[in-house]
Design a protein around this ligand. Structure first.
Ligand code: 5SP
Ligand code: FE2
Length: 228
């Protein structure tokens, strides 16, 4: 049985019923709530902030995984920590002092992570391995849900997995390897085989037809397909 985590992205949820939506995905077996923050500056889209994080916090027990697509980053860290975030990830190009931002996230009691766009080199992680709890590889360009998985993410996942395993073999902490964008039942097996242990899925989960078992059906289908 696979231990892959599924983190539904609420970007594709019904925002008018967000409390109900996050309760439904938790009941359906979601492992994390993936919370996409877009600022209409680092990315063209504009989404949700700490007030919405605070509003959904009492509705779920599972960790809230805040993916910051904002520039600059630092001012939002204390606000999301206070709003109940458990994990905060950011794009290294968007922070002037990456080491300091990672440290700040942990100082606020959250797990810290870096997000790599499809063209962002993995070298960004090399000098901050000790400060990382999560490495998130984007398998689409950030800004929108419902895009198609970029296949070059697969060798990049293998390379990231190798770095993470080497770090652990040298006595370093364990680091989650998360993938975000275009994850579906028909590609999750390849994604997990390439080294991912945590998969964000937005449109795949929230677009699941009721006839196929709705959120519970798609969550089971993703977890089963991951080990196929
Ligand atoms: O961060 C992002 C997009 O920028 C993602 O979290 C998407 O929201 C994932 O949605 P799907 O590709 O699974 O529909
Ligand atoms: Fe995301």
């Amino acid at each position: 049985m696979s231990t892959v985590r599924i983190a539904p992205s609420i970007l594709s949820a019904d925002f008018a019923r967000l409390g109900e939506e996050v309760r439904a995905i938790e009941a359906a077996g979601a492992d994390w709530v993936h919370f996409d923050v877009m600022d209409n500056h680092y990315v063209p889209n504009l989404t949700i902030g700490p007030l919405v994080c605070e509003a959904i916090r009492p509705h779920v027990q599972i960790p809230i995984d805040v993916h910051l697509m904002v520039e600059p980053v630092d001012a939002l860290v204390p606000l999301f920590a206070k709003a109940g975030a458990n994990i905060i990830t950011f794009h290294p190009e968007a922070s002037r002092h990456v080491d300091r931002t990672l440290q700040m996230i942990r100082d606020h009691g959250c797990k810290a992570g870096l997000v790599f766009n499809p063209a962002t080199p993995l070298e960004w992680m090399d000098h901050v391995m000790d400060r990382l709890d999560v490495v998130l590889l984007m398998s689409v360009n950030p800004g929108f849900g419902g895009q198609k998985f970029i296949p070059s993410t697969l060798p990049k996942l293998q390379a990231a997995r190798q770095r993470i395993n080497t770090h652990a073999a040298r006595g370093g902490q364990s680091i989650v390897l998360e993938v975000d964008g275009g994850v579906k039942t028909d590609n999750i097996a390849q994604i997990v085989a390439a080294g991912a242990d945590t998969c964000v899925a937005g449109s795949a989960v929230f677009g699941a037809p009721d006839a196929d078992g709705g959120y519970r059906g798609v969550m089971q289908a993703l977890k089963q397909a991951a080990v196929a």
